[in-house]
Design a protein around this ligand. Structure first.
Ligand code: CU
Ligand code: ZN
Length: 177
């Protein structure tokens, strides 16, 4: 009995540091080109994929391209070109339906209703909150999420003909309780 108790305590001691290193969650607040807030998402790491859940506002009704871009810099005066290209550590072509794709940063379109709001609820198995992954969001220059003016056709390299970058969010550590 005594031996079992010690064993359980030893197991707990091994588990606790592992939990402390859990990549957990991240957050991102979107701004438009004027710097006004237009939504936010929470990113949560699962075993095989991350989920991205939240809301966007101020969009034109319809589908909008949505991607992880390689630099965590949302400067509206550059039309969010400051965020760079799609995250693409494997040098693939663009598009979830491209036989030479996709980029790690590619995502399904978000769909805005007539009121300009869009509920975001997508997963990505190619972007990670784990520092050991090549598509780690908190690399040296960070990562951004970008919403485009038009639908992503999911095949045209390098950005699916999705047009201007209308909203951008730098991915940040989740400070919510
Ligand atoms: Cu994009
Ligand atoms: Zn892409």
């Amino acid at each position: 009995m005594h031996r079992l108790t010690l064993s359980a305590a030893a197991s707990l001691a091994l588990v606790l540091p592992a939990l402390a290193q859990d990549p957990g969650t991240a957050m991102a607040t979107f701004i438009d080109r004027d710097g006004l807030e237009v939504g936010s998402v929470i990113l949560a790491q699962g075993r095989d994929a991350i989920t991205i859940v939240g809301d966007l506002t101020g969009l034109t009704p319809g589908e909008h391209g949505f991607h992880f871009h390689e630099t965590g810099d949302c400067d509206g005066t550059t039309g969010f070109e400051s965020a760079g290209s799609h995250v693409n550590p494997d040098s693939h072509q663009h598009g979830l339906e491209n036989p030479e794709g996709p980029h790690s940063g590619d995502l399904p379109n978000v769909i805005a209703g007539q009121d300009g709001t869009a509920a975001v609820n997508v997963t990505s198995a190619t972007i990670s909150l784990d520092a050991a992954d090549p598509a780690y969001v908190f690399d040296a220059d960070g990562t951004a999420l970008v919403v485009h003016a038009a639908a992503d056709d999911q095949v045209t390299d390098p950005s699916g003909n999705s047009g201007d970058r209308v909203a951008c969010a730098v991915i940040e550590a989740n400070t919510a309780p």
